[in-house]
Design a protein around this ligand. Structure first.
Ligand code: HEM
Length: 403
C-alpha cells in the first residue's frame, strides 16, 4: 500500500480485531474518496474506490443508475466483493432496474410486515428454548445460541418442513464456517439450491401458508408472468446468505455491546419501551454488513475525485455509521440515540428486504434475555471472524449472573 496509514482492506487480517475504525476515521477526515491500489487479493490487477463519508455513501445508494449492482461481486479473492459474479443478474441484490423492480415487486407480495409478524410466536418459543442453554452454565459460546435463531426464522419464511430444518441449517452453517474455502462454500450453495428447487416444485403443486408459497404463485399485474425457477432458486439461497450471518452478528454484537456498557443495559431494563431505539442503535453500532460494491456506469465526480465508467466502488456503511458529521458522539453506544439515521440496512431501491424480520428477531431475543433477569459476564476474550465483508464474532463466551 502506498499509504501506510490505511490498512490493506483486501486482507482479512486487517479485520481480525474487529473493524479497523482508526483507518476509516483517517479516511473520512483526509481522503473520503480514496483510491485503493491493487493487491494480491484484487482480481484482474485492478484497484478500487473506498468511500467512507455518510454523505457520499447515501449519494451512491440513491443513484442506482450511475452506481450499478448488476455486476455483483463475489467473495472470491481474499473474501472481498471485488470479483464480478457470474450469477449476477438473477439475485435480487445484484440486479438493476427494470429487472430489479420486477423481482422486488414479486417478492414483496410475500415479504410484508404483517406476514413476518405472524412468525413471531413460533420464533419466540424457539428462542426461549435456545436461551435455556444459558442456565447454570459456567461459560457458553453465545454465538452457538444466536446462530440458530435467524436460520430457524428463514426456514419459517420459506416453509421448510420441521424435519428438514436441522440438516439445512447445518449446510448453511458449514458454508459460513468454511467461507475462506471457496470450493466448500460453493458446494454448500449448490446443495442448498438443489433443496430449494425441490421445495419450490412442492409449493407450486401444494401451496402452504408460508411466504415462499405466495412468492412462487405471485404474478405481475401487467403480463401475468411469475418468477422463473432460476430466479426462485436464487431468491431461496439469497435469503440464507443475506439473512443468517448478518442477523446472528447483530444479535451477538448487541449482547457484547451491553456487556461492555452495563449502564445501557440497566437503562433498558428500567425502561423496556426503549427497545425500539435500542435495536436501531445496535444496528448502527454493529453494522454487520460493513460495505458494498457497485460499478460506475459513467464518468462521475464525487467530492474531489473523478470516478471513471467501469471503476469498482466500495462504500462502507460501517464508516458512514460512525461519521462525526452526522452522529454526535459516534463512538458511544447510546440506546436513547434519536434520530438515528443509520445505514445498517442500506437505503434506496435495494433497502434490506428482511429488515422487519431482522428487527423482530432482535427484539424477541432481547426481550427474552431481559425477562431472564440476569446480567452477563465474559468468561473469555471475544474472538472476531477475520472477514472483511461481514463483521461478526466467532466466539462470545458468557456466563449469566443474577441481576
Ligand atoms: C441485522 C440483519 C441484517 C442486516 C444488517 C442486513 C443488511 C442488508 C443491507 C445493507 C442490504 C442492502 C444491500 C445493497 O445495498 O446492495 C440488504 C439487502 C437485502 N437483505 Fe438484508 N440484512 C439483514 C437481515 C436480512 C434478513 C433476515 C433477510 C431475509 C431473510 C435479508 C434479506 C435481504 C435481501 C433479499 C436483500 C436484497 C434486497 C434488494 O437488493 O432489493 N436481510 N440487507
Amino acid at each position: 500500500m502506498p499509504n501506510s496509514t490505511v490498512a490493506d482492506l483486501t486482507n482479512s487480517n486487517s479485520f481480525k480485531k474487529g473493524f479497523p475504525h482508526e483507518t476509516f476515521s483517517w479516511l473520512r477526515a483526509n481522503a473520503p474518496i480514496y483510491w485503493h491500489e491493487p493487491t494480491e487479493n484484487t482480481p484482474d490487477g485492478e484497484g478500487f474506490w473506498v468511500v467512507s463519508r455518510y454523505e457520499h455513501v447515501i449519494k451512491i445508494l440513491q443513484s442506482p443508475k450511475v452506481f450499478s449492482s448488476e455486476k455483483g461481486g463475489t467473495r472470491e479473492f481474499g473474501g472481498t466483493q471485488l470479483k464480478d459474479d457470474r450469477g449476477a443478474g438473477y439475485f435480487l441484490n445484484q440486479t438493476d432496474d427494470p429487472d430489479h423492480r420486477r423481482l422486488r415487486s414479486l417478492v414483496n407480495t410475500g415479504f410484508t410486515p404483517r406476514r413476518v409478524k405472524r412468525l413471531e410466536q413460533e420464533l419466540r418459543e424457539r428462542t426461549v428454548e435456545l436461551l435455556g442453554r444459558l442456565n447454570n452454565s459456567s461459560g457458553v459460546n453465545f454465538v452457538e445460541i444466536a446462530r440458530e435463531i435467524p436460520l430457524q426464522a428463514i426456514c419459517m419464511v420459506l416453509g421448510v418442513p420441521q424435519a428438514d430444518r436441522r440438516e439445512l441449517c447445518d449446510i448453511v452453517d458449514h458454508g459460513i464456517e468454511t467461507q475462506s474455502d471457496h470450493v466448500v462454500a460453493r458446494e454448500s450453495i449448490k446443495t442448498l439450491s438443489a433443496y430449494g428447487q425441490d421445495l419450490i416444485n412442492e409449493k407450486r403443486v401444494r401451496p402452504s401458508g408460508d411466504i415462499l408459497s405466495t412468492i412462487v404463485h405471485a404474478t405481475q399485474d401487467n403480463d401475468g408472468k411469475s418468477l422463473t425457477d432460476r430466479e426462485l432458486r436464487a431468491f431461496f439461497t439469497l435469503l440464507f446468505l443475506a439473512g443468517s450471518e448478518t442477523t446472528r452478528n447483530a444479535i451477538t454484537g448487541g449482547v457484547l455491546a451491553f456487556i461492555e456498557h452495563p449502564m445501557q443495559l440497566a437503562s433498558l431494563r428500567a425502561n423496556p419501551s426503549g427497545i425500539k431505539l435500542a435495536i436501531e442503535e445496535i444496528l448502527r453500532w454493529t453494522t454487520p454488513s460493513i460495505y458494498k460494491r457497485r460499478t460506475a456506469t459513467k464518468n462521475i465526480s464525487l467530492h474531489d475525485k473523478t470516478i471513471k465508467a467501469g471503476d469498482k466502488i466500495t462504500f462502507w456503511e460501517m464508516s458512514a455509521n460512525r461519521d462525526e458529521r452526522v452522529f454526535s458522539t459516534p463512538f458511544e453506544f447510546d440506546i436513547s440515540r434519536e434520530p438515528n439515521p443509520h445505514l445498517g440496512f442500506g437505503q434506496g431501491v435495494h433497502f434490506c428486504l428482511g429488515a422487519s424480520l431482522a428487527r423482530m428477531e432482535m427484539r424477541v431475543v432481547l426481550q427474552e434475555l431481559l425477562s431472564r433477569n440476569e446480567n452477563w459476564a465474559l468468561t473469555e476474550k471475544p474472538v472476531w471472524v477475520p472477514n472483511n465483508r461481514l463483521l461478526g464474532l466467532k466466539s462470545l463466551y458468557i456466563q449469566s449472573i443474577p441481576s
